[in-house]
Design a protein around this ligand. Structure first.
Ligand code: UDP
Length: 369
């Protein structure tokens, strides 16, 4: 029997940040178990066979408005000053996304100003007294033509569900701008870890109090480890043996292709709402600034990941009335486990960005933040 102060299940950004804080700040001994054969969760990056740095689980751009989050991670890495830009491939054109003045000009092939964009939105948006779903969220802010060209089919492909069957917060993530600012994120802090996410995480885990075991899940180790506290970042429904039924997760199948050319896409990420089986394509060299004769693109094909299936790994909790109700049953159950903290996208069944994972860990273990 091995004894540690804290057992952490899952070596994603939540588990790794918790390990780093507990080991350094609280001087706790920590063991992280990770069922995949690598650390980093879905932020994991590595060099492909051609020596191009790729994100194995799709594009991860770090961005935050929270200074304490940025400062915490900045102890362990410098940052590449990458500013994220996205285009949507609509009407056979690469069009600025999220929607701004440039988007309307490209779409309607005529000039727009802030004033005329405001008028366009006023005319097209539909008043909905109570926003009940992801479709309402878009048409009440942007109107039907934009919804249909940019959101309707993308959302269907991404989630396998009609936008009307999804919670409003899913499309509320996408802003609308009455200017020509085409930064995808407006957060004051954004970038890519200078040597990549895996390198950043290895530095965070490099502490005498931290031990990491990969290739083993919680069920493989639970009989052999004694701990005072556990931080569980795996799927909450799995922890409870799916006793209230499966929570729906969406996973992504990633298809990577290396091209014999230096650059291929106009920006790092192109979304394909309508005429392609994949949702988006990412060209990593735009983000990593890597100099290389070839380039590698990643195409994303979403697929359901429920029922504890190994592939694709669960990435997105599918949020709607039914799944949130079911989650409440699990949440209630977690309260009976006083020495276990459930955290992260899967542990809390929450659509969390990377920075919010770090922020929640800081809030939990650093009383001053
Ligand atoms: N979305 C869309 N069209 C796009 C981009 C996003 O309809 O071109 C919708 C879609 O429902 C998606 C959500 O907005 O799931 C959030 O998009 P985001 O790019 O934030 O998703 P993530 O990067 O987390 O996959």
């Amino acid at each position: 029997m091995k004894t540690v102060d804290v057992l952490i299940v899952g070596a994603g950004i939540t588990g790794i940040t918790a390990a780093s804080i507990l080991a350094r700040k609280e001087n706790k001994t920590v063991l992280i178990v990770e069922k995949r054969d690598h650390i980093g969760g879905n932020c994991y990056d590595s060099y492909n066979e051609d020596g191009i740095l790729i994100h194995l689980y799709g594009p991860h751009i770090f961005h935050t408005q929270h200074k304490e989050v940025w400062e915490y991670l900045s102890q362990f890495t410098d940052w590449l000053a990458y500013v994220h830009h996205v285009k949507a491939f609509v009407d056979n054109k690469h069009i600025t996304f999220p929607i701004n003045i440039n988007t309307l000009e490209a779409l309607f092939e005529k000039p727009f100003s802030k004033q005329s964009m405001r008028e366009y939105l006023k005319n097209e948006s539909i008043y909905i007294p109570e926003i009940k779903n992801a479709e309402d969220m878009v048409i009440s802010r942007m109107g039907k033509p934009i919804y249909e060209k940019f959101f309707k089919n993308y959302t269907k492909k991404q989630w396998g569900l009609d936008a009307r069957a999804l919670a409003p917060e899913i499309t509320a993530r996408i802003p609308i701008r009455l200017d020509r600012n085409d930064r995808f994120f407006t957060d004051p802090y954004q970038g890519i870890p200078e040597k990549g996410y895996t390198a950043l995480f290895n530095t965070m885990l490099n502490h005498e109090n931290i031990q990491v075991i990969t290739g083993k899940g919680y069920n493989d180790v639970k009989k052999t480890i004694q701990f005072d506290k556990m931080i569980y970042t795996g799927p909450v429904d799995e922890f409870f043996g799916y006793k209230y039924g499966y929570l729906p997760y969406r996973g992504i199948n990633f298809y990577f292709k290396t091209y014999d050319q230096k650059k291929r896409l106009p920006v790092a990420v192109v979304n394909y709402p309508n005429d392609h089986a994949y949702t988006r394509a990412t060209e990593f060299k735009h983000m990593t600034f890597q100099q290389h004769e070839k380039t590698c693109l990643c195409y994303e094909f979403p697929e359901d990941s429920e029922n504890g299936k190994a592939e694709p790994v669960p990435s997105y909790p599918v949020l709607n009335d039914k799944s949130l109700k079911r989650y409440q049953l699990y949440l209630k159950e977690t309260k009976n486990h006083k020495n276990i903290i459930f955290m992260g996208r899967l542990g809390k069944f929450e659509y969390l960005n990377m920075d919010m994972c770090v922020k929640k860990v800081l809030a939990c273990f650093c009383t001053s933040s």
